[in-house]
Design a protein. Structure first.
Length: 451
């Protein structure tokens, strides 16, 4: 270049531009959401250097992952064209008798499953979109909701309008009482969607109330009462006979299924006839009611054997045994000491004859009569020993004795110088006398006896 006295300049024309410097490096690419720069952590990168991005779990690149540093300091393609977008799952599968809620199918999003009315979900209710683009968990199922079998009913039963093994939502059951009972409480129960009944207190079956039986005024007796079947068994008071139904049942209409029976008074026939006897309290032809008593009396010479009366019983028969009139019989007369009894018979009006042995005399009635009461009339006699009279005293003598009765003797003796004329001893005889009269006895002087 030639030297000049002034600064040299480059000629310029309109077709030329001034030269300038351009960068031969690039700044570190900007950080992107959910993206990680897969290279050394440097502030600058030389031209022609390539770097790449990778996404966090659950995200994917929407374009190429590699950037190249171009001369001039620009990355190609621009980092702003690179993005990590969430992974998307396919539309979740549906379920029978149910539905799925949620429209976001991106990574981390959840959808919820629900069942139609009357069905209950079994399994996981929610599923989450995973990083691999698949839904997590297991697909749930919808099973029909069923209520447990309702509690049993005493004196009644449960009518189920569906399968008794499963009672689904909306189904109804009805409590029904047995015949003779009426329901008290809510009879119809409905199965709710939560598997519970709309009622919690079960009803009761109360016996149907029929009018009180007219017992007292009709002489009826309540023999038994069966509350389970609503039946009564009736009988009559003693002395009455039942005419009509013995058992009645109370119907659901609160009425008895039959008219009440009637109790008619028991009558016995005429009282039994008794030979040699007559009823003393009622004529034979008069009818007798229950518990009537007929007493009997016997003719003279007869006495009642066994019971003296009969009673009209509840079965319409007279009581037994029947009275019996038998001849009066006196006991065997008692034996008397030193006596003899001659019994002519023991029946009514028979006689017995009493007598005494030798040397005895009878005191009392010799004849007794068997009376109508069965006792001897006349008393019991006795035999008393016969007694002789007191012996007379004789002049110049004396008499000695211990007793004056039959077989006993008296002894006579004379004073000294006298001699007894006659027997010395006199014996008392059975007739009350002695062998020798006392008038023939005497005591004479002894000298007279020597002449």
């Amino acid at each position: 270049m030639p030297a000049t006295s002034s600064l040299a300049t480059w000629p310029t024309t309109s077709a030329q531009t001034a030269p300038h410097c351009i960068a031969n490096f690039c700044q570190r690419p900007t950080d992107l959401p959910h993206a990680i720069l897969d290279s050394a952590n440097k502030p600058k990168y030389a031209s022609n250097t390539e770097v790449s991005y990778k996404c966090e779990e659950g995200f994917v690149l929407n374009t190429t992952a590699t950037l190249k540093c171009m001369i001039g300091g620009e990355w190609m393609p621009s980092p702003y064209d690179v993005g990590c977008v969430p992974v998307r799952c396919s539309k979740p599968s549906g379920i029978d008798r149910g539905y799925v809620s949620g429209t976001n199918y991106s990574f981390g999003a959840m959808v919820a499953y629900s069942c139609d009315k009357g069905f209950l979900i079994r399994g996981e209710k929610r599923r989450t979109c995973k990083a691999n683009g698949e839904w997590g968990g297991v697909l749930p199922v919808c099973q029909p909701v069923s209520c447990p079998f309702p509690p049993p009913l005493k004196n009644g039963f449960i009518q189920v309008r569906c399968s008794p093994s499963q009672i689904h939502v909306g189904r109804k059951v009805e409590y029904i009482c047995d015949e003779g009972y009426e329901i008290a409480g809510e009879a119809v129960w409905t199965c709710l969607k939560d598997g519970k009944w709309d009622r919690s207190r079960r009803p009761r079956c109360n016996p149907v109330q029929c009018p009180e039986p007219p017992l007292e005024e009709n002489h009826l007796v309540l023999r038994s009462l069966d509350s389970d079947f609503g039946t009564v068994e009736l009988s009559c008071e003693d002395g009455y006979v039942l005419h009509g139904a013995r058992t009645l049942r109370c119907t659901p209409a609160q009425e008895w299924n039959d008219t009440f029976p009637v109790c008619k008074q028991v009558f016995c026939g005429p009282p039994p006839e008794v030979a040699f006897g007559d009823p003393s309290s009622a004529p034979l032809s008069a009818p007798s009611y229950f518990s009537s008593i007929v007493s009997y009396s016997c003719m003279d010479g007869f006495t009642l054997r066994k019971e003296g009366s009969v009673t009209c019983q509840a079965n319409g028969h007279w009581s037994s045994p029947v009275p019996e009139c038998i001849p009066v019989e006196c006991p065997q007369p008692v034996e008397i000491a030193n006596g003899i009894v001659d019994v002519q018979g023991l029946m009514y009006l028979s006689t017995a004859l009493f007598s005494c042995k030798l040397g005895y005399t009878l005191v009392g009635n010799a004849t007794v009569l068997c009376g109508e009461s069965g006792l001897w009339i006349g008393g019991v006699p006795s035999c008393r020993p016969i007694e002789c009279s007191v012996p007379k005293e004789i002049p110049n003598g004396k008499v000695a004795y211990t007793k004056l009765q039959f077989t006993h003797a008296v002894t006579y003796s004379c004073r000294r110088g006298y001699r007894l004329q006659g027997p010395e001893t006199l014996k008392c005889l059975a007739n009350g006398g002695t062998v020798t009269a006392t008038e023939t006895l005497s005591c004479t002087p002894a000298c007279l006896g020597l002449r």
